[in-house]
Design a protein around this ligand. Structure first.
Ligand code: GTP
Ligand code: MG
Length: 193
């Protein structure tokens, strides 16, 4: 059994004041709207309906926390970069996510999810630059939409451009799921000690 199979919803947080006190090591899932952050959490947990997913970008508007027993937590962050949201909502998100990422002693690693067809947008690069002191896993999601050759080319391109672990991922074919469980599990273990 892997730790992710124990995932249980803990809390949805809409403002910094409501963040749960830092507890066990946490892994945050960040990335553009609609790239598949919530789907990646479900794939890692092996539970389809755990995190809410949607065809409509901007579905996740709160930081949604999941507990892996009492050993670790996952945080599903609201996505960025969706053009059709109001300036006010964008500012609210930036504030919530900014406070969380900047001031979270229990944050052990950040999974930055990117659509394998459109990786490394300017906002993705900004986030990576900003997170440079964290362990980072870049997930190239929706890899099922690419041919094997395109997957290899994208992984190579992104791998040479960023200082992070990079993995191809698909929550549909489950490509990359076991590998990511293993890597994140190692990072959580390292963070516990
Ligand atoms: P926000 O919460 O809006 O930021 O989106 P998100 O990043 O959480 O994306 P979500 O997991 O809700 O998925 C968005 C859409 O992409 C849904 O229609 C999913 O079914 C689809 N999707 C997610 N992962 C994959 C994947 O690996 N392959 C394919 N083909 N579609 C996927
Ligand atoms: Mg989501």
């Amino acid at each position: 059994m892997h730790a992710f199979s124990q995932a249980q919803f803990l809390r949805a947080v809409g403002r910094p004041a409501d963040l749960p006190p830092p507890g066990p090591p946490e892994i945050a899932f960040a990335g553009r709207s609609n790239v598949g952050k919530s789907s990646a959490i479900n794939a890692l947990a092996g539970r389809r309906g755990l995190a809410r997913t949607s065809k409509t970008p901007g579905r996740t508007q709160t930081i949604n926390f999941y507990e892996l027993g009492d050993k670790a937590r996952l945080a599903d962050l609201p996505g960025y970069g969706y053009a059709r949201v109001s300036q006010a909502l964008r500012a609210h998100w930036a504030q919530l996510v900014g406070v969380y990422l900047k001031d979270r002693p229990s944050l052990a690693a950040v999974v930055v999810v990117m659509d394998a067809r459109h990786p490394l947008t300017p906002l993705d690069r900004q986030l990576l630059a900003w997170l440079e002191n964290f362990r980072i896993l870049v997930l190239l999601s929706k890899a099922d939409k690419l041919t094997r050759a395109e997957q290899a080319a994208t992984a190579r391109k992104v791998g040479s451009a960023v200082k992070a672990e990079v993995r191809l991922f698909s929550s549909i074919t489950r490509q990359g799921v076991d590998e990511c469980r293993e890597l994140l599990g190692q990072w959580l273990t390292a963070a516990e000690t």
